[in-house]
Write a protein that binds this ligand. Structure first.
Ligand code: SF4
Length: 350
């Protein structure tokens, strides 16, 4: 469990973290990336943390990976790279850093460690989990193999290292349909997200896609009737859904795509009003880059992602605590599943 008072006492002894409008004013180059969604008052509170983290990052030769679902002060304030989990892990392999700080959830930090085994990977809060990753274990994969003998197992990257190691290949929400279609078997097992699997099954009718019953607690909360009501009350709004949403929600939307697919769609189309049917911070993090688009609610927050705060990032970097370890044999097998996906994606030109 996190000992927040002790953590705060430790930080206040070493850093001046008093809110500072003067410091905030000297860091407008950073603030300009989030000024539409972060108030000046909040920025004055965040600025001392952002400054301390940026200084410490240089001292430790660290890079910070910020997932799209991080809050704007993390995503724009301290991250060297922003993106989805796999984009981030791949970017981290390309830099000469000693330390990776994962601003995301635990399975993402594991993926970074799998792909960068010699780097120290820090997780600012070990309790930042994921309902999808926690829904299945390596035993669950074996159970599916027994139920569907000979069928390949395609696991979403939102899984633990052990599950990746027990699978044949990984997929992301942007390449899932193509990875499934390319399998040399009529029946294909998809884990752990039943909704992603059902959406893929619709797009790849030539395959018999079977799935594990996991789901994302953020995306499963949306319903098709909510979307119909929203459309009736807010005519002209473009509805854009992530494929972790139930299939009837995806069917009600104007576009469905992965986080990077959603960003590309909104950037290219620039709709006057857009409702992103995904995690709340997605819209916040692109709002300043797209001033012509009005992002409207409702949205759902991921409680796991929101466990990551500036304070916890500073503490992890200062004390070098929260180091991620992955068993060497598991890491080798998990890396193979991820690498197979990367190689196949390249081969398919995705
Ligand atoms: S948004 Fe869903 S899939 Fe992503 S970390 Fe949260 S629970 Fe997991």
């Amino acid at each position: 469990m996190f000992d927040l008072p002790a953590q705060r006492a430790h930080l206040s002894e070493k850093y001046d973290l008093t809110p500072s409008p003067e410091l905030a004013a000297s860091m407008t180059d950073i603030y300009d990336r989030m000024s539409r969604v972060v108030s000046p008052v909040d920025w004055a509170i965040y600025a001392p943390y952002v400054k301390a983290i940026i200084d410490l990052k240089a001292e430790r030769n660290a890079v910070i990976l910020g997932h799209n679902y991080m809050t704007p002060e993390i995503y724009h304030g301290i991250s060297d790279f922003g993106g989805d989990s796999l984009q981030l892990a791949i970017r981290a392999t390309e830099v000469e850093a000693d330390v990776i700080v994962q601003c995301g959830v635990h399975f993402m930090a594991e993926t970074s460690k799998i792909l960068s085994p010699t780097k120290t990977v820090l997780m600012p809060d070990m309790e930042a989990g994921c309902s999808l990753a926690e829904s299945i274990t390596a035993e669950g994969i074996e159970e599916m193999r027994t139920r569907y003998p000979g069928a390949p197992v395609v696991s979403y990257v939102n899984t633990t290292a052990e599950v990746k190691a027990a699978s044949d290949i990984c997929c992301t929400s942007s390449n899932a349909a193509q990875i499934v279609a390319a399998q040399d078997s009529h029946t294909v097992i998809m884990t752990p997200d039943r909704y992603l699997a059902q959406n893929v099954a619709r797009d790849v009718p030539q395959k018999n896609v079977v799935w594990w019953e996991g789901s994302c607690i953020v995306h499963e909360q949306y319903s098709a009737s909510d979307l119909r009501d929203f459309r009736r009350w807010n005519p002209g709004t473009r509805l854009i859904a992530h494929p972790e949403c139930p299939p009837d929600v995806v069917a009600e939307s104007d576009f469905s795509g992965s986080t990077s697919g959603i960003i590309k769609y909104v950037t290219d189309e620039k709709p006057e009003k857009a409702l992103l049917i995904t995690e709340c911070s997605m819209a916040s993090n692109i709002a300043d880059e797209l001033p012509e688009v009005e992002f409207v609610g409702p949205c759902n927050m991921c409680p796991y992602m929101k466990k990551i705060t500036l304070e916890k990032v500073l503490f992890a970097l200062d004390t070098m605590t929260g180091q991620i370890e992955v068993d060497a044999d598991v890491a080798v097998k998990a890396r193979q599943s991820v690498q197979r996906m990367i190689d196949l994606s390249r081969q398919l030109g995705i």
